[in-house]
Write a protein that binds this ligand. Structure first.
Ligand code: GSF
Length: 217
């Protein structure tokens, strides 16, 4: 049974994070493609749903409208999760997940956007030395967040992993992860082995092809 509509595009990392939650929860969402290359996100109808005109945006069966992947993931787990393991209710555990989500939202994704937006709108090449430096600093933080643990917030997979793998599996095609970040590299492999990983994998491969012509070799 379809429980809501997800406005999305496979190329978009935050949209893919929501696709991972959908599969992990075993729910079914209607996928409505918003073609950013045709500027469909700027239509009056879409801006009515999401004035920020970004994907993903979610419309629940009860009419609730939510934009921003992090908010959508938390909502879906709270409403449709059989338990809270993907987004714990325990305050201390939740705070760690939230910190990782904010790191994705405030640090990692803006780094991706700064590289992709000029490429997409003006054909600019990337990554610049500064972008490489910024991203390596973020890889270093993520490696430290893991510090030997299997998942970003400890021993259990959470929406923080879905959020971060969606952007990291895209960014690593622009700035490969250095072999010294062993925990981060092992985490990427661990995510790829999740039974529902293809929900992100398909779009991550498309993303790799999309950026290829714009990479500074
Ligand atoms: C980012 C959404 C976003 O910028 C989230 O949902 O987690 N923090 C938000 N989406 C981009 C596509 S992409 O780069 O994934 C988007 O929809 N851009 C179109 C626009 O007009 O800004």
């Amino acid at each position: 049974m379809v429980v809501g509509k997800l406005y999305m595009l496979d190329l978009s990392p935050p949209a893919r994070a929501v696709l991972l939650v959908e599969k992990a929860l075993g729910i079914e969402l209607e996928h409505i493609i918003v073609d950013l290359f045709k500027s469909e996100q700027n239509s009056a109808e879409y801006k009515q749903l999401n004035p920020q005109h970004t994907v993903p945006c979610y419309v629940d069966e009860d009419g609730t409208i939510i934009s921003d992947s992090h908010a959508i993931m938390a909502y879906l787990v709270g409403k449709y999760g059989k338990n809270d393991s993907l987004y714990p209710k325990d305050l201390a555990k939740r705070a760690v997940v939230d910190q990782r989500l904010h790191f994705e939202s405030g640090n990692v994704f803006p780094t991706l956007r700064v590289m992709v937006f000029p490429m997409w709108t003006g054909g600019e090449k990337c990554p610049t030395p500064k972008q490489i430096e910024t991203l390596n600093t973020q890889y270093d933080f993520l490696n430290k967040f893991l510090s030997g643990k299997p998942w970003m917030a400890g021993n259990t997979v959470t929406i923080a992993d879905f959020s971060l793998i969606s952007s990291i599996s895209s960014l690593l095609h622009m700035v490969p992860i250095d072999s010294k970040y062993t925990d981060l590299l092992a985490w990427v492999k661990r995510c790829e082995q999740l039974p529902y990983y293809e929900a992100n994998g398909k779009g991550a491969r498309a993303f790799k092809e999309f950026v290829k012509p714009f990479l500074i070799q």
